[in-house]
Design a protein around this ligand. Sequence first.
Ligand code: DC
Length: 223
Amino acid sequence: MNIKNNIPIIAIDGPTASGKGTVAFSLAKILGWSILDSGAIYRSLAFFIIQNSISYTDINAILSLLKTLKFSFHSNNIHVNSLDITEKIRNEDVGKLASIISENRIIRDSLLNIQRSCIQEPGLIADGRDMGTVVFPFASLKIFLTANIDIRVERRYKQLITSKVSVNISNLRSAIIDRDLRDTQRVVSPLIPAYDAHILDSSYLTNDETVSVILDLWKNRHY
Ligand code: DC
């Protein structure tokens, strides 16, 4: 593991639509740190699998495809091979396939170095499912962000509508419940809080309130 030990990392894990992305973005802005949206990497890979008509069961073809993809982050946007695909990866079809391929250990292992190479001065906010448990177990602060299902459906609905993606709310609810099940019950790197994570329920907190709780934890940490 080539880890840059002295650079602080705040790991934020949690289920889909728990508000991680917005919270991570605000924290990165306030602290002046960079940000890793690890879900965007899984989504980008899923997007190119669809584009290339590759079957999600054909792991060799997926690994060959992965070798041709160069990921880079520009503020909150993800570029693959210099193409900004941020908007293209936000629909639920891509999210579902991202969740399906993320069950595979070889694919997950192949994405580890890409994620770890995002560590840079003065610090990194890492958002995902296994940031605190697998990718950055040595993170300086670990947050497990949750919110109840109704609130998460509402948040994702608003997000999709704002991005002009048409969506049926009851299909969206089922898709989120399916994704929760797949992400929490997979064998490899399931979505679970790290033993040393702070569990934070953001159901009735605004983004600013959630950010302020995390900043307090960061300032008052004893390690
Ligand atoms: O956070 P998101 O909805 O953009 O992530 C899409 C899927 O990618 C998620 O359902 C599971 C997978 N994922 C993962 O397995 N591990 C991560 N660290 C991030 C995402």
